[in-house]
Structure formats: structure tokens, C-alpha cells
Design a protein around this ligand. Sequence first.
Ligand code: C5P
Length: 433
Amino acid sequence: MIERLLDSAKKVASEIKNREFVRVISHHDADGITSAAIICHALLRCSIPFQTTLLSRLDEGILEILRDSTKEGDLLLFCDMGSSQGEILAMIQRELGIDIVVIDHHRYQKEPPTGIFQVNPHSVGLDGAFEVSASGCTFTVAQELGDNVDLSGLAITGALGDKQRMVGVNKDILGVAVKNGIVRVKKGLKIADGEIREELELSTEPYIHRDEKNDIGAFLEELGVKGRLWDLSSSDENRLIDALIAKIKARASEDAIEDIVGERYILNFEVIPDAIGLMQTIDACGKRGKMGLALSLCMRDRNGIDEASAIRVDFQRKVVRELSAVDQNIHERDGFRYIFAEDRDITGAFAGAIIRYLYPDKPIFVINRLEKVSKISARGTRALVASGVDLSEVMRIAASKVGGVGGGHNVAAGGSIPVGTEDEFVKALDEVL
Ligand code: C5P
């Protein structure tokens, strides 16, 4: 599968080679951060100077960021964003006259403006939602710039961040990673390595719904399981897996139950060797505005590990706290559900856990009212997508009806709408779904 990306990866790599300066702009989630790190490592190794900025979204504000940090002859490289924002790319070309390349996996409607090369799985018949993420696409470009096979562990981490499976291009990259001793695969419970009680209490993947009467401590004591996940005997781990499945079965989606057990990836070259732990840590840092810290971990700087790990714990605690109150706050419609969230940073993780572990039968929309806009995260399941739901389209149509914007992937999409239009937006969803 990976060979389908090679033509465009070679074109983008040849645009990068021999540049005096590359300006990298990427997304602030785990996939965007690992993409940025992959290209930063590759540029360093080619001795090409660069500057990197991680953003929550790409909008007109990018012009101000670029005006003082680029000059004619520089290359602007977008990762994990750009394919569906052709009008912003055209504006940058017009205003600043710099060359642009895009490495993205989001579905797009229009080809990019002329002169802009892109690597995008959708343009070669691959599904960017499930079988390759931006980090995988960026890895294919990095491999065209030199021997960067050790960066395959970061590509796998980015794919995990976007909840992708090891199929298609991801499977090819994993194969390369294992063959070259970059990643080791071990089957088992797919949660972050750490003290098992703390990890289960913090876990949103899987989220274990509980009340005061059935806490995790008592659950583990009854099972007779304690210690660090990676140190558990296989009989303890299997007992724990069976008990966890029994606990979430009544409410979780089939995908989620299936995903509890599977391959864990051990990253031999990264400062946090547990791929799930690294992914959760950089994702939390990105969402909490500590993008530089997240990127430094992926650049293999150990100095920030303690600070970043504390941010992860705090972030996940917050998501778990909100999840425990979902039943009281959720609103039900014929074709979907929606809920308001207080904390802007957690909407994506919150929506993901609701659809997978609490209410999997209809799409969920999490609405977060900010000062000027309301941010929305929409999530579905693979079963809903198979039955014809495309949340990227739903978000695009419903958000534009109320003067907002939306898009993303069929299974996970997002958007923003003007504050005060939330009821109208819900009515627009009623018409579409
Ligand atoms: O923000 P959230 O994580 O919910 O976004 C889900 C997906 O939707 C992401 O891939 C994001 O890039 C995409 N998105 C988009 N347009 C928006 C907001 C989000 O394409 N306006």
C-alpha cells in the first residue's frame, strides 16, 4: 500500500531538498506533533534550517504568524492540515509569494491551488481515516530525504493518536519498524504502562464507568491483581482482561470491546518507550498549550518527561470526571445525541469516550461554548460509518447552515459555530441525520 504514496512523497521531498529554510506548521494533536517531529528530525539530518509551530487549527491568523518568519525562497510545509483549506493556501500564496507543500490525511473537496504539491492518501484511493495518518504520510516523505527508518515508531504513535488500525499503509510501516528493530510488538491489554490501579482510574481508553460503590481499587483487590501493567503475569493479565470486558460490555461499542486487547508497541528509540503512554502524553501537552514540550519529547529530549507526565495525569483526570456525569447531562434526539462540555481542551477525548464506552448507537456531538465561537467535536463508530453516516459531511452542512465551519473524517469530525447558534445547529443536525 505504501507504494501508492511514493510518487507524491518523492515530489514533496524534492521540493524540500536544497532549501535554505523550511517553515513547518502542524496540528497540536498527537498525530500532528509526531508528524512535525518526523520532519524536524529529517530536516536536521539533512542540515536544512527550519522553524516549527504547532496550531490548534488553520485559519486566516496564519498570515500574521508567517509574515515575520518567512521570506522569498523559503518553503512552507503543512502537516496534518491544509488539504481541505485551499482558500487559505491560495491566500498565503497571494500575500506572501512563498512555495507551499502539504502532507495531510484529511478528506478534501477541491484540489490544492496550482503549484502546491501534496501527499494525501485520499488522492490515491487510500482511506486517511483508518489506514494512514499524517505521521505515516510524513514518514514516507522522510524516507525520501534519507535513511530515517528509526522514525517509524513516531509514525505508529501518530496513527494510534488518531485511533487508526494497523491496516493498509500503517501495517506496511509497522512491518518496516519491526524488521529494523525500531518497534517491538507484544500482545495484551491496550492501556498505558504504569501502576495498574492508577492507569485504570485515569483511563479513557477504555473508560470504565463506575460510581462510589464500585471503585477500581475494590475491583482490582477482588481480582487479586496489582503492580505495573508490563510486569503482570499472563494469568493475572488475562483475568484482568476478562473482568474488564465483563465490566464494559453492557454499554461499550463492539469496536471498543474488541480494541481492549491487541498489539502493544514498544518503541526502542523514543524517550517514552510505551507507544500508548507517549501518545497520551504528547496529546495532553498539545491540548494544554504545551506544544513545545510535546515536540521536545518526540525529538528525544528526556528533560521534559516529568512535567509532561504530570500534564497527562491532570488532563485524563479531567476527562474521567466529566465522563462520570454524562448520564445526567446528555440530550437525546432521534438520530444523534449531544452534550455540552465545560473544558475546551477535552472535547475530542470526551466525545470519543462517550461514543465508544457509553452511547455507541448514535453519533455524539459535544458542544463547548467559548467566548466568540462554540467548538464542536462529533464522533461515530465504524458500524455507524458502515451504515452510511459521514460526520465530515454532516458537520460541514450543519455548521455552514448556522454560519460556522466544519469537516474532518467520516468517523471523527469537528467544527465551530457562532456563539448563540447552538439550538439552531441542533435543529440543522435534526434535518441532516
Ligand atoms: O476537534 P476535533 O478533534 O473534534 O476534530 C476532529 C477532526 O475534525 C480532526 O481531524 C480535525 O482536524 C477535523 N476538523 C475539521 N474542521 C474543523 C474542525 C475539525 O476538519 N473546523
